[in-house]
Design a protein around this ligand. Structure first.
Ligand SMILES: Cc1cc2nc3c(=O)[nH]c(=O)nc-3n(C[C@H](O)[C@H](O)[C@H](O)COP(=O)(O)OP(=O)(O)OC[C@H]3O[C@@H](n4cnc5c(N)ncnc54)[C@H](O)[C@@H]3O)c2cc1C
Length: 604
């Protein structure tokens, strides 16, 4: 083998966001020699950007809340395509994971009597999101990172994994390069945990950071693992839309949780016009009742602005399409109006939503305490991911685990806000625990030199083509525009077919992508290497979306606008066929136990 450094671990964790850090802490606590690879710097993962909070039924603000209600809310939000066992584990274990973060140093906001404060969020029946202002992800990463660095875990920063290495069926490590010097490295591990986050960079308007190029999804797929629910991409209803340089940046749902309302250009609160039947009994009849809800009146029901994200995003799109949008193609989100209700509204907004206040002031010169914001939908979250076992988080490739946004199952067709941060710590912990167990029970597998050499050859190919090759940035941006236009918030068959034709052409262009210069911090080269992941996930999303001939959750088809009973029986599972093509198969949704059925009935 060429002389690449080889790092030996029991457990290798790919990703240092909330899921990766929590997995690494648990693997290390389980006695495994643990290494973490991250393509950015420690403390800079996407989790840092999370704003509104993490959902856990602690009942601190409303004592009617408990894990059974959280389970039912998560299942209803996911339109019953969720893995019910994962939804159960998540609802049961999230409170302990929040308390654990507190014990490790997280400074959550407090109730008057000193307990962890919880706020309202869409689709959650009671105030449930533990939060730190609107900077919850930052606090989570800070806490996990501080805790993690005392556990003897090795961190490899600015190192990107390019390929997973296999010994027969089993995953035994990864091939990677360091971004700073462009040198290759081999990681030899008994178990690998993928915690690489989402895919938002496959679209042009997104709240996601540069790290979200679908690496974990693509690495797992090419290593032979199955993916699930890849048609379900969440378009968050409220992203910034003006000025153009900030298009897509998230406006937290916390704004609506604190009383923010949506209005069209005529000043009308249009969300009252379209309340889905399955949420009618839980939704306020009047603005007055909605306001009482967000200010803590337990007898009131939530305002329609706090319906699930898929629904709110489509209502916004409808207003814009029917000519009632704002000047820059969105609608208005107004928190300033609460001055009619509370005297110290300016201080209140700045205290509850400090990041939003600064974000709009600095990026758009808008004072949200005085005037409404202009917002529109933005690509936000991937419900689909690596198919995993609910208890252990192991994929169908032995030794390969996945947790966090790159895993699938918990959220079904639509994730409730706040359910990701809790997902990261609940299933990150489990992935670390079971990966360590797996590593203890199995002997080390062998690294196959031919796989390493092939991965190195492919990685260096863009340099052979040099500046004469295709520009990787152009290929990337053409893909993003096309996915946004043809496989976005509203989908139809012929557009998705066109997208698949386009992806085939972009694949051919990507195979000719060239990089000039040398290997040291060469962003053109990095982009050329990301293209395969972006194209792989884009094709899988388009094929899955084409296959699901109904509208459910985040997947909306103009040519099949209704939800069908038949499609409610299946998830879509994707794997790589023997000829290298994408295989999409229906797989029956997992059955509910009698107790689960009862929980759902109780909350109807
Ligand atoms: C603006 C914003 C606000 C949000 N607010 C909330 C909220 O309030 N509540 C909530 O529940 N959710 C929220 N979310 C969603 C939530 O933040 C994410 O789903 C979650 O943080 C994902 O965590 P993760 O650990 O799975 O991945 P990440 O935190 O993204 O970590 C991924 C890690 O993988 C690394 N990586 C990726 N590819 C590779 C590779 N090939 N090689 C090596 N390393 C790699 C990255 O460098 C990074 O370290 C928000 C999302 C956004 C964008």
């Amino acid at each position: 083998m060429a002389d690449y450094p080889i790092h030996e671990y029991d457990v290798l964790v790919v990703g240092a966001g909330g899921a990766g850090l929590r997995a690494a802490i648990e693997a290390s606590a389980g006695g495994a020699k643990t290494g973490v690879v991250t393509k950015s710097l420690l403390g800079k993962a996407h989790t840092v950007m999370a704003e509104g909070g993490m959902a856990a039924a602690m009942g601190n603000v409303d004592d009617r809340d408990n894990w059974r209600v959280h389970f039912a809310d998560t299942m209803r939000g996911g339109q019953y395509l969720n893995n019910p066992r994962m939804a159960e584990i998540h609802a049961k274990e999230a409170p302990d994971r929040v308390r654990e973060l507190e014990a490790w140093g997280s400074m959550f906001d407090r109730t008057k009597d000193g307990r962890i404060l919880q706020r309202n969020f869409g689709g959650h029946r009671y105030p449930r999101l533990a939060h730190v202002g609107d900077r919850t992800g930052l606090e989570m990463i800070r806490t996990l990172q501080d805790h993690g660095i005392h556990q003897g875990i090795d961190f490899h920063m600015e190192v990107t994994v390019l390929t997973l290495l296999k010994d027969g069926d089993r995953c035994v490590g990864a091939f990677a390069y360091d971004r700073e010097r462009g040198r290759f490295r081999v990681f030899h591990a008994k178990a690998v945990v993928l915690a690489t986050g989402g895919i938002g960079r496959a679209f042009s308007i997104t709240s996601n950071s540069w790290e979200y190029s679908g690496d974990g999804h693509s690495l797992a797929y090419h290593a032979g693992a199955s993916l699930l629910d890849m048609e379900f991409v969440q378009f968050h209803p409220t992203g910034m839309i003006w000025p153009p340089s900030v298009k897509g940046i998230l406006v937290t749902e916390g704004v609506r949780g604190e009383g923010g309302v949506l209005r069209n250009k005529d000043g009308k609160r249009f969300m009252f016009d379209d309340i889905p039947e399955n949420y009618r009994s839980q939704t306020a009849d009047t603005p007055e009742e909605g306001w009482r809800y967000v200010t803590g009146d337990k007898s009131a029901r939530r305002p329609p602005e706090l319906l699930t994200r898929d629904h709110v995003a489509r209502c916004i799109r409808r207003e814009v399409k029917e000519g009632r949008g704002s000047p820059h193609g969105g609608v208005f989100l107004d928190i300033a109006w609460i001055k009619e209700k509370i005297p110290n509204s300016v201080e209140h907004i700045k205290k509850k939503l400090p990041s939003m206040y600064h974000q709009f002031k600095q990026l758009a010169d808008i004072d949200i305490t005085q005037v409404p914001m202009e917002i529109g939908p933005t690509t936000h979250y991937m419900m689909g991911g690596v198919l995993v076992d609910a208890e252990s988080q192991m994929s169908d490739v032995p030794g390969l685990f996945a947790a966090g946004e790159c895993g699938a199952g918990l959220h079904g067709a639509n994730r409730l806000g706040g359910n990701s941060l809790s997902d990261l710590v609940v299933f990150g912990k489990r992935a670390g625990e079971y990966a360590a167990k797996f590593a203890k029970e199995k002997p080390a597998g062998k690294i196959d030199q031919a796989q390493v050499e092939e991965a190195a050859r492919r990685a260096l190919a863009p340099f052979e083509r040099g500046a004469a090759g295709e520009n990787p940035f152009t290929v990337q941006s053409d893909l993003q525009e096309m996915m946004q236009d043809l496989v976005g918030i509203v989908r139809v068959e012929d557009e998705m077919q066109r997208a698949l034709d386009g992806i085939a052409k972009l694949k051919a262009r990507s195979a000719k992508a060239g990089s000039a210069g040398n290997r040291e911090y060469n962003s053109g080269w990095h982009t050329a290497l990301d293209l395969d992941n972006l194209l792989t996930v884009s094709e899988i999303i388009a094929r899955s979306a084409l296959e699901r001939k109904e509208s459910r959750g985040a997947h909306f088809r103009d040519d099949y606008p209704g939800k069908t009973v038949e499609w409610g029986k299946y998830n879509l599972r994707v794997s790589k066929a023997a000829d290298g093509s994408v295989k999409v198969e229906r797989t029956p949704v997992l059955p509910l136990t009698d107790d689960m059925k009862k929980m759902i009935e109780e909350q109807k």
